[in-house]
Design a protein around this ligand. Structure first.
Ligand SMILES: Nc1ncnc2c1ncn2[C@@H]1O[C@H](COP(=O)(O)OP(=O)(O)OP(=O)(O)O)[C@@H](O)[C@H]1O
Length: 356
């Protein structure tokens, strides 16, 4: 459980503290008051990444030079301090020089927002990001493999573009490095999809009255038994023309079907919304099974647009004991559902405890 979230010079906040409720904390306010920024702070503190940006400089309040985030995760103090160039992490008051050690001590997170529809409507990069965010929390070796693969891929693509005559010797050196990391990524992504499949089916059945059949499948690109290096040798001509790496985990995808039809193309908007919700609920269940503790659910304005039946299904499908921080522009739906917990108003980056 996350408690006592403190932020300084983070996004629009000069300084703020939230005493989080063990079950539900609602952050209510008009648009652009700072609600999302607060749950983003919780995500950055626990996972060292923001769902909104990969540019850390954006996190620091305009005019400030550093930001600070602090909270307790199951009683353990976590600290994140960041300037334009450096980042300092601490657990239990002791500095952590390796992010891997910090992440092993901090908590799990599932992030939900309106952009989850991109899992069905958007390109494969959205589905890969979903896999990466979950797998890096589940598997200790995943993030290292992902960063290593991305570095080698950037190097290889640079070599493919750089000269009029491509240096295949250099490109191959990068391909060998990529091959090693790719094996880990493929194995972990396949494991994750296999674990998600039954959970997606259960969640979706509850959200849609069990009327439809959903399946997901991991679609790897270039994962034949000879390995990525050999697979790339076979597409050399194509790469010579496109000047970019044609195969590998950076082209992977998740197949998503509804009643045996491709859900990304044939599902209605409502069906896609239920599918996207089911994916996030499944992520929560899988993380809980794999890691033995429920993730923190950070839910950015997702309830207002759901009907009462789906709202109830969504809350009942989370692992028992899941802590939730929910942003919303109105409490109408929460009052109608008799949702208890703690409520903070957020107005121009100032918090006021309203109830609970
Ligand atoms: N680095 C920053 N420094 C100062 N202000 C920032 C920074 N980054 C974003 N902001 C501002 O913070 C404000 C709050 O944004 P936030 O997304 O948290 O609002 P919100 O209450 O979640 O709104 P919505 O309901 O529309 O999602 C915005 O006006 C935004 O421009």
């Amino acid at each position: 459980m996350l408690s006592d979230l403190f932020v300084r010079d983070f996004r629009c906040f000069a300084e703020a503290k939230v005493e989080l409720h063990p079950d539900v904390t609602l952050l209510v306010g008009r648009n652009a008051q700072g609600k999302t920024s607060l749950i983003e702070a919780a995500c950055v503190l626990l996972r060292l990444q923001s769902p909104r940006t990969s540019n850390r400089v954006e996190l620091v309040r305009f005019g400030a030079s550093t930001c600070l985030l602090e909270a307790h995760w199951h009683g353990r103090p976590l600290r994140y301090a960041q300037s334009a160039t450096t980042r300092r992490l601490a657990v239990d008051g002791a500095t952590c020089s390796r992010s891997m050690d910090y992440l092993a001590a901090s908590g799990l997170v599932v992030w939900m927002d309106h952009r989850d529809m991109s899992l069905l409507r958007g390109g494969a990069e959205h589905r890969r990001r979903f896999l990466d965010f979950a797998a890096s929390q589940m598997f200790p070796d995943y993030l290292h493999a992902l960063r290593g693969y991305e570095r080698a891929l950037r190097g290889r693509n640079y070599v493919l573009k750089r000269d009029a005559v491509i240096s295949w010797k250099q490109a191959d050196a990068f391909a060998r490095v990529m091959d090693g990391f790719a094996q880990t990524l493929w194995q972990r992504r396949a494991e994750l999809c296999a674990a998600l499949l039954p959970e997606v089916a259960v969640a979706h059945a509850k959200l849609s009255d069990g009327a439809e059949k959903v399946t997901i499948s991991f679609q790897s690109t270039g994962a034949d038994e000879r390995g990525l290096f050999e697979a790339l040798l076979a597409v050399r001509e194509e790469e010579g023309r496109s000047r970019s790496t044609a195969l590998g985990p950076h082209r992977d995808d998740i197949g998503m079907s509804l009643n045996d039809l491709d859900a990304t193309t044939f599902a209605s908007e409502g069906q896609q919304r239920s599918f996207a919700l089911a994916m996030k609920l499944a992520q929560a269940q899988v993380l809980e099974h794999a890691c033995g503790s429920a993730p923190l659910m950070l839910m950015d304005d997702v309830f207002g647009e759901l009907d009462a039946q789906r709202r109830r299904a969504l809350l009942s499908l989370l692992p028992p004991g899941t802590q939730k921080i929910i942003t919303t522009t109105t409490l109408d739906w929460a009052d109608a559902d008799h949702l208890s917990g703690r409520v903070y108003g957020v107005d121009q980056a100032v918090l006021s405890r309203i109830r609970g």
